[in-house]
Design a protein. Structure first.
Length: 249
C-alpha cells in the first residue's frame, strides 16, 4: 500500500485534473467523475466507461439511485455500499444499482465538497474493499476532491453540461413505446393511427425517446426500456418473477 503522505505530496504537485486522476488511481480508484451544479445545469468531468451516463441519466436512474440520494441527504463521505444499505431498498434503486454493476462499478466512494453556496461531488469506483480504502485514504480522497474543485470550477463552461430539468418519458412517449411492444407487426402509419397522431409526430416521438434513453435509434430505446423495466413488457414480467424467486444479477 502506498502511504497517504506520499499521495498527498503528489497531489500538491498536480496542475491538471489528469494529474489528480493518476493519484486517485494509485489509491485504488478505477473510474471517477466530478460534478457541480447550479439551479439549471449539472457540470461534469468524467473518467467512466462510455455509455454509462447515457444510460444512467437517459433512464432517469439518478432520481432513485441510493448513491445520488445520499448526496441529496447531505452525506459528506460515504461508500456505495453504505448508501445502498440505508437508502437502496426500493425496486427503482435496485434497477439503478444494476446500471453501475453493468459498467463494472460495483462499489466506490463519494466525497461531497462545498465552497460558499456551491457544492461538488467526487465519485469514484474502486477495487477492493471500499470502506477499508476510505478509512486508509480518507484524507487523500478529501484533498483530491478539493483539488479537482479548485482546478475545474474556474472554467465550468469547458465541462460537459446537462440540464437538471429532466424527467421520465412523458405519458405520450410511454404510450408510444407500449404500442411498439404490444403491436410490433404494425407499420409506422398504422401505429400513428392507433395513437391518433400523424406519422410525422410519431417519428419525432421516436427520435425524442431515443435521445432521452441515450441511444441512436427507436428500436434501441425499446431494448433499453424492456431490459430495465421502465415500460411494461416481457422483461418487466421476468424481473417480477426473478424477485419472487429471490434471484439477483
Amino acid at each position: 500500500m502506498i502511504r497517504s503522505e506520499q499521495l498527498l505530496r503528489e497531489l500538491e504537485k498536480t496542475v491538471d485534473p489528469s494529474d489528480v486522476e493518476l493519484v486517485l488511481r494509485r489509491a485504488g480508484a478505477t473510474h471517477m467523475f466530478w460534478q457541480t451544479w447550479d439551479p439549471d445545469t449539472v457540470y461534469t468531468w468524467e473518467r467512466v466507461p462510455p455509455g454509462f451516463f447515457s444510460m444512467y441519466y437517459g433512464l432517469d436512474s439518478d432520481r432513485f439511485c441510493a448513491i445520488a440520494n445520499a448526496m441529496r441527504a447531505g452525506w459528506i463521505c460515504y461508500t456505495f455500499g453504505q448508501a445502498r444499505a440505508e437508502l437502496g431498498n426500493s425496486p427503482d434503486s435496485k434497477d439503478a444499482e444494476k446500471i453501475w454493476n453493468n459498467f463494472n462499478m460495483y462499489d466506490g466512494i463519494c466525497i461531497l465538497q462545498g465552497f460558499g453556496g456551491r457544492r461538488s461531488l467526487l465519485t469514484m469506483a474502486v477495487t477492493g474493499n471500499a470502506e477499508r480504502l476510505l478509512r486508509q485514504y480518507h484524507v487523500v480522497f478529501s484533498a483530491a476532491a478539493a483539488r479537482l474543485d479548485e482546478l475545474l470550477a474556474a472554467d465550468l463552461n469547458s465541462l460537459f453540461r446537462a440540464p437538471r430539468a429532466r424527467g421520465l418519458l412523458s405519458p405520450a412517449e410511454e404510450a408510444t413505446v407500449q404500442a411498439q411492444i404490444e403491436h410490433p407487426h404494425l407499420t409506422v402509419r398504422q401505429q400513428a393511427s392507433l395513437l391518433n397522431v400523424s406519422v410525422r409526430t410519431l417519428e419525432k416521438r421516436h427520435a425524442d425517446i431515443a435521445r432521452k434513453l441515450g441511444v441512436s435509434s427507436f428500436p434501441g430505446a425499446i431494448v433499453i426500456a424492456l431490459d430495465h423495466g421502465r415500460i411494461g413488457g416481457p422483461a418487466a414480467d421476468n424481473a417480477d418473477e426473478d424477485s419472487k424467486l429471490g434471484k439477483t444479477n
